[in-house]
Design a binder for this molecule. Sequence first.
Ligand code: DX5
Ligand code: ZN
Length: 215
Amino acid sequence: MNTKIAASLLSADMLHLGDELERVKQAGVDWIHYDVMDGWFVPNLSFGLPELQAISKGTDMFIDVHLMINNPALYIRNFAKSGANLITFHLESLTDPFTTIQTIREYGCQVGISVKPRTPAKALLPFLDDIDVILVMTVEPGFGGQSYMHEMTAKISEIRNMIQGRNIKIEVDGGVDNTTAPEAVSAGADILVSGSYLFKQKEMQRAVEKLRNIK
Ligand code: DX5
Ligand code: ZN
């Protein structure tokens, strides 16, 4: 299977978001990656529901919502109704993972769990029967434009082994570019999130093709 590419809108030109959505689609990007921050789970704020509603009306692309917030379960209904296709929450947030998973399913979305760099892969073991995606953070969550933590590559491999025989995809987020993507893919990444690298491209399509064709 070819690697899927998810464009993180954190690095998009907010003043021209409609044009950016069109640019991403023309470039052959597979998913829109929508980073939500609450200033509590991470030391930063990003966007929320009204922006997602506008985006989901403005594109037919698959929307991958990455919740970097505490109490994610409280907001699942609203994110689902605002156009999310996949909702990923953090295992480290203040939440009961099983209830949160169940709530995401109730609203008809795919389910993802994300782990910060210091959370061990084995923390995911209890949830493997119930999730579609594992989002492996390769930077500390909170900001675009950081450098890929090379020590996370072994964790991607460990998760790849752990999920053998299951229908779970591994998504890698943070510092992904043409130089770091090959190690993430060879360790087992199925989906690459890219923000600052993709949006600074003059020819985004070429960059997307390169990332996608990494073996
Ligand atoms: C960081 C976000 C990422 C971020 C990636 O907390 O979850 O999705 O936008 O940006 P780059 O690709 O610039 O590291
Ligand atoms: Zn993200």
